[in-house]
Design a protein around this ligand. Structure first.
Ligand SMILES: NC(=O)c1ccc[n+]([C@@H]2O[C@H](COP(=O)([O-])OP(=O)(O)OC[C@H]3O[C@@H](n4cnc5c(N)ncnc54)[C@H](OP(=O)(O)O)[C@@H]3O)[C@@H](O)[C@H]2O)c1
Length: 390
């Protein structure tokens, strides 16, 4: 039996995790759930799964959550450290980290420190704090099993293989909704167009990241930390059908790939079931319906975010955290219709270049210095497009 904390239970990955838990009641016991703003859905989930505790990270919503759950026996944790408390609640042995953005970093660290299994969807945790999380996992014995479909694919390809026999990794990318579109028309892209992903149904932030290819850039950084390979051994290829989820090329010339329909329930379930495979029939490929699997080079001129991510992880230090924070802020501004689509990479590039002169008070990477750089990068991103800090 896995005793599971679901951080971000109201989001796309969180709700799909609970769909699996509903089908696997003999294998999955839900111990804690967290949300940020969606009280109604969190209450519904708490009534169904009866966790021991829940948390809502928006302080002003905690009272209404308490009223709604009065008499159920479900404890409502404090808003401040609620994510961390949910990740380390008594009895938890597995944490599905499905919060969006760098808000997930401290809870991921806490879960790693506790030596839990982490089913990691929140790639931003590794992008920002891979330097801290990976050594801590080695010390604590925590298992980090990726939920991102690309990293799950690579993880699955590597079962039974020696890490020394890898030549390179190939992350596949759908190319997003603007693959092939003339870059000089990107400034006209609307929020609605950018949110219409051709193959995956996901939360808003990752959907915009997929449209700019920043998502693939973040995944390159995530792969760097998860699989301990130099950046030049992590390649990206555009594969619009999203059937091959990623590949590993070995030194003898052999290539292993993992294939399946674009359905996140499979990698979520695998992160919970590993090393076993559970007998849930998720949608599978109908080969007679597939006309072709195609591949092309990513267009780094049209989609500079991927190049920026490669540069940031090659530079190391605070650069990946700055890239991530500036991108999160720019995506928020785009979703609020404050800036155009093509401003996202422009802002991230400017903020990265300005960050050289803005070291945090410490040059050592710690959670506090990372958080200082995160705040600076968000402020600078807003300043550059004339948006006032409230
Ligand atoms: N969706 C996918 O198919 C997919 C695939 C691969 C990887 N991922 C990764 O998985 C993570 C989650 O993605 P998603 O698509 O599931 O996102 P999502 O649908 O936007 O859900 C995000 C979850 O995090 C909570 N949340 C938002 N802001 C928060 C904050 N400041 N503090 C604490 N919790 C917060 C939300 O709560 P409320 O709903 O209450 O606001 C929600 O439960 C991301 O890192 C993403 O890159 C997602």
């Amino acid at each position: 039996m896995r005793n599971v904390a679901v951080l971000g239970s109201t989001g796309s990955i969180g709700t799909q995790t609970l769909e699996i838990a509903r089908l696997e009641r003999d294998r999955i016991n839900i111990v804690s759930l967290t949300a940020h703003s969606n009280v109604q859905l969190l209450v519904k989930q708490a009534r169904e799964f009866r966790p021991t505790c829940v948390s809502i990270t928006t302080e002003s919503l905690r009272d209404s959550l308490k009223i709604e759950l009065n008499g159920t026996g479900v404890e409502v944790l404090s808003a401040g450290d609620g994510l961390i408390d949910a990740a380390t609640a008594p009895g938890v042995d597995t944490v599905v980290c499905a919060v969006v953005g760098s808000a997930g970093v401290r809870a991921t660290m806490a879960a790693v420190n506790a030596g839990h299994r982490i089913a990691l969807a929140n790639k931003e945790s590794l992008v920002v704090a891979g330097e801290l999380i990976i050594p801590l996992a080695r010390q604590s014995g925590a298992e980090i099993i990726p939920v991102d479909s690309e990293h799950s694919a690579i993880f699955q390809c590597l079962v039974g293989e020696d890490a020394g026999s890898i030549d390179h990794l190939v992350l596949t990318a759908s190319g997003g909704p603007f693959r092939g579109r003339a870059a000089d028309s990107f400034h006209t892209i609307t929020r609605e167009e950018a949110l219409a992903h051709p193959t995956w149904d996901m939360g808003d932030k990752i959907t915009i990241d997929s449209a700019t290819l920043m998502n693939k850039g973040l995944e390159v950084i995530e792969a760097f930390w998860l699989f301990n390979l130099p950046v030049n051994q992590i390649r990206v290829v555009v594969h619009p059908q999203s059937i091959i989820h990623s590949m590993v090329a070995f030194k003898d010339g052999s290539i292993k790939a993992q294939l399946g329909m674009p359905d996140m329930k499979l990698p979520i379930q695998y992160a919970l079931s590993f090393p076993d495979r559970w007998n849930q029939a998720h949608s599978t490929v109908d080969w007679t319906e597939l006309s072709a699997l195609t591949f092309e080079k990513p267009d780094l001129d049209a989609f500079p975010c991927l190049r920026l991510a490669y540069e940031a992880i090659s530079e190391r230090g605070f650069a990946p955290a700055v890239l991530n924070a500036s991108n999160e802020q720019a995506v928020t501004l785009f979703l609020e219709n404050e800036i155009g689509f093509s401003m996202i990479p422009e802002l991230v590039e400017r903020v990265l270049s300005d960050s050289g002169g803005e070291p945090s008070s410490s040059t050592t990477i710690t959670l506090d210095s990372l958080s200082e750089m995160d705040s600076w990068a968000r402020r600078r991103t807003k300043e550059l497009c004339g948006v006032r800090d409230h």
